[in-house]
Each structure stands twice: as C-alpha cells, then as structure tokens.
Write a protein that binds this ligand. Structure first.
Ligand code: THU
Length: 138
C-alpha cells in the first residue's frame, strides 16, 4: 500500500494520541502504536504496565488486538512512538506478534516520537528468517 505523506501524518498523529493513554507508571516510558490494516483503517494501542512487572504489555499487541477485533486481517504499516530522543524500535516479542498478521516484506514499521518520524524498516529487515504460520502449513 502506498504510504502517502497524508497517511504518514495521520498514522503519526494517531500513534501519538494512543501514547497519551499509556499506563506506564513504573518505567515512565510511554509508547503508542498505530497500525494500518489491509483495508486502509487505523487501529491504535498503548503500553500497559502492571504492579506485577512481568504482566506488562507493549503498545503493539494492544493495537493488533484492536485491529483483530475490528475484523482486520493484515497489518501493512505500524507506526510506533516513544518519548525520544532515542529511536524506538519494537521489542523482539512484538516483532514476532506482528509477524503473525503480516507479510514481512510488506509490513512497514515506522519509528517516531513527538518530534516526528525518525526511521522506517520492513518487518523482514527487523525479523529476518522469521518463523510464521507457513511453517505450520497455515
Ligand atoms: N514497550 C512497548 O510498548 N513497545 C516496544 O516495542 C518496546 C517497549 C514498552 C514496554 C514497557 O511498558 C516500556 O515500553 C518500557 O520497556
């Protein structure tokens, strides 16, 4: 899918809006995610930490859950925002979760923060030689 400047602007705005919902009192590291599905719709999520630390949850699976519940089948872009200035990059577990609902060469992952868009990769670049549904014949 063509990622026009207008679409990138909308994804950034939605990701930053999602970030405001972050529940991250332990790390104080707010993360937002805005996922574009194969129908051109945007779904958002934020990280959700827990007093029992290992139960914490990243922004990307929150947005993926929203996508699935809206009937989305495939993520084609994911714009993840952190606080900056360091460039945020999805953690390993999130890369694998995104893999489940994407074509790795197609899915564009974009890093941003309140200052704007910082960097972009494909999922194939971030998670090479990935294990996916095809390995189980799905
Ligand atoms: N975090 C995300 O939400 N996504 C990532 O890809 C990286 C890390 C969250 C988890 C935790 O709530 C906080 O950032 C600090 O690690």
């Amino acid at each position: 899918m063509e990622l026009s400047q207008d679409l990138l602007d909308r994804l950034l705005a939605e990701s930053l809006r999602a970030r405001e919902f972050s529940h991250s009192p332990y790390s104080n590291y707010k993360v937002g995610a805005a996922i574009l599905d194969e129908q051109g719709r945007i779904h958002i999520g934020a990280n959700m930490e827990n007093a029992s630390y290992p139960q914490g949850w990243c922004a990307e699976p929150s947005a993926l859950t929203a996508m699935i519940m809206a009937g989305g089948k495939r993520a084609v872009a994911a714009l993840v925002t952190g606080p900056g200035p360091g460039i945020i990059t999805p953690c390993g577990g999130c890369r694998q979760k995104l893999r489940e609902f994407s074509v790795p060469e197609e899915l564009v992952i974009i890093a941003g923060d309140p200052g704007g868009i910082r960097q972009r990769w494909t999922l194939a670049e971030l998670l090479p030689h990935s294990f996916g549904p095809g390995h189980l014949n799905f």
